[in-house]
Design a binder for this molecule. Structure first.
Ligand SMILES: [Zn+2]
Length: 73
């Protein structure tokens, strides 16, 4: 196969990957110290891991399910 074609294919794959990563970023900015939903304190580790997170782990899981279209009652 032509080397230029391989390079191009790899570059396109990289760009696709970058787009996927970018589209997964849900929040921007500062994380909240307390959950927006239930007011529980969000652990520092989570606040640092999830940039701009607004929900505690439980509420986030609930929200993720809702976003995925799962009906919870
Ligand atoms: Zn919560």
């Amino acid at each position: 196969m032509d080397e230029h074609l391989i390079e191009r294919a790899q570059r396109e794959q990289d760009e696709e990957l970058q787009r996927l990563i970018a589209s997964r970023v849900q929040y921007q900015g500062e994380s909240l110290a307390e959950c927006e939903e239930c007011g529980v304190e969000i652990p520092l580790a989570r606040r640092e891991a999830v940039r701009g997170c607004r929900l505690c782990t439980e509420c986030q899981a609930f929200e993720d399910k809702r976003n995925a279209g799962v009906r919870l009652g």
